[in-house]
Design a protein around this ligand. Structure first.
Ligand code: SAJ
Length: 425
């Protein structure tokens, strides 16, 4: 049986490793996080993703998957470590370099190395190849190197790993074909081979496309607020055009992809990227926009029940979450906050989490920042009886409120917020 070593057992590495283990490979997962490694070897997981726990349990019990803190010799090495950005928004490639260096002692002629981590264009040629060649290997002849960007959507990872089209960017043609063979073990989507630099750039453009389109929706909200138009109705109607797909506005763009990847392009061609730069600015301005509107609803002595901390609904990931930013702005302003997020565990955050009941108790406003399934139908009787002023401000347009006794704001009627505060003044 062929051996695969997957370096990095996060949101991408762990599901990928488990998939290979479930499809005929003998898999070693490697991570520097010792407690995650111990947990995984018992069949438990350290992250939330639909179906993942059952799969890990299965492959661990069948002895097809094992975790460790150091790599071991294998036929295929997959690097799936994070590529965060530095404070100046340039890509931090240290984890990628460390991961590639860590597999050097394990290499033998004919091995396949695949980098799945998202990287700036030319990284495979300018950064990864030299590390392997300095160790004496001829990349593309002795060692087959490819970039195969992951494109799976958190919350649907196990489905999309199988069904999505896979782009393989070989450092040369044979490297691409070798990597394609590896993925054929479970990928049902099309597998397309291209150059490493096209694969790098296409991955970045996918997320940039989404970021720019979300920025357009968020800009529309601000325009509609000024002109006193329902932005959500505009989006709904414009999207009835067969070639229009306006995205959904929200409190900002979070996660480790859309909020990070566009900077990898900007870093390489800043003069040529004004649209991408502005989209980032617009999306980054949304937590402030939400805070300003909330400020008009509740005085700073009031209590706000924050619903949702994660960067999007039905996941447990708070990385780059706009909700966290709104929370810190509100704390700076001196608001009394209670926070309810059924997907986040207390140990994940430095904020005190509350139950639904405690969160709404004597609150002046529920601020919805994430579209978790649990928020779609709230207990209106409890909201009405427990809150001091029953107001819901829903920045994700996800809550259904039927009672007239609860005042409901979303990005369709935020201009009303402005009017109320004017009347109060
Ligand atoms: N968001 C909006 N409005 C929208 C859609 C999303 O405000 O209309 C926000 C979300 O609330 C969230 C952020 O954008 O804060 C990102 O969410 P997402 O669901 O768009 O994407 P991610 O970051 O979870 O996953 C993306 C996906 N990329 C694309 O859809 C092009 C996924 O396929 C990638 O694999 C992933 O990035 C990645 O790892 O790069």
């Amino acid at each position: 049986m062929k051996k695969i070593c997957v370096v990095g057992l996060g949101y991408i590495g762990l599901p990928t490793a488990s998939m290979f283990a479930d499809n005929g490979y003998d898999v070693l997962g490697v991570d520097i996080n010792e407690s995650a490694v111990n947990l995984l070897n018992q069949g438990d997981i350290h992250i939330e993703e639909a179906g993942l726990h059952d799969l890990v349990k299965k492959v661990v019990s069948e002895r097809k998957f094992k975790a460790a803190t150091l790599p071991q010799p294998a036929d295929v090495f997959i690097v799936a470590v994070p590529t965060p950005n530095y404070s100046d928004n340039t890509a931090n490639l240290e984890y990628v370099k460390l991961a590639v260096n860590s597999i050097l002692p394990c290499l033998k002629k004919g091995d396949v190395i695949i980098v799945e981590s998202t990287i700036p264009p030319r990284t495979m040629i300018d950064v990864v190849t030299p590390i392997i060649e300095t160790d004496g290997w001829n990349v593309g002849e002795d060692i087959y190197l490819s970039h195969c960007p992951e494109r799976v959507l958190p919350g649907r990872i196990l489905v999309e790993l199988v069904e999505n089209t896979r782009i393989i960017g070989g450092i040369n043609n044979i490297s691409g074909h070798k990597a394609a063979q590896v993925y054929r073990s479970f990928v049902k989507g099309e597998i397309i081979i291209t150059s490493s630099v096209v694969a790098e750039m296409s991955k970045l453009m996918e997320n940039t496309f989404r970021d720019v389109n979300i920025a357009l929706a968020n800009e529309l909200v601000k325009i509609a607020d000024k002109l006193e138009i329902d932005a959500l109705e505009v989006i709904k109607l414009a999207n009835r055009h067969p070639r229009v797909n306006l995205h959904s506005p929200g409190p900002g763009v979070g996660g480790h992809c859309l909020a990070v990847d566009p900077y990898f392009i900007i870093e390489k061609a800043p003069e040529e990227s004004p649209l991408i730069i502005n989209a980032r600015r617009i999306n980054n301005s949304m937590p402030q926009f939400v805070t300003e509107n909330l400020d008009r609803i509740v005085s700073s002595e009031g209590k706000i029940a924050i619903f949702g901390l994660t960067y999007k609904g039905n996941i447990d990931d708070v990385r780059e979450s706009p909700a966290m930013q709104v929370v810190s702005f509100l704390l700076e302003k001196g608001y009394n906050l209670s926070i309810y997020d059924p997907h986040v565990k207390q140990k994940q955050v430095n904020l005190k989490l509350s139950s639904f009941e405690d969160a709404v108790d004597k609150a002046d406003c529920i601020l919805i920042l994430t579209d978790h399934e649990e928020f779609k139908r709230l207990d209106e009787v409890k909201i009405h009886s427990k809150m001091r002023t029953p107001i819901v401000f829903d920045t994700k347009n996800c809550v259904e409120i039927s009672s007239d006794a609860i005042k409901y704001y979303n990005f369709g009627n935020i201009h009303e917020i402005k009017k109320i505060s004017k009347e109060l003044v």
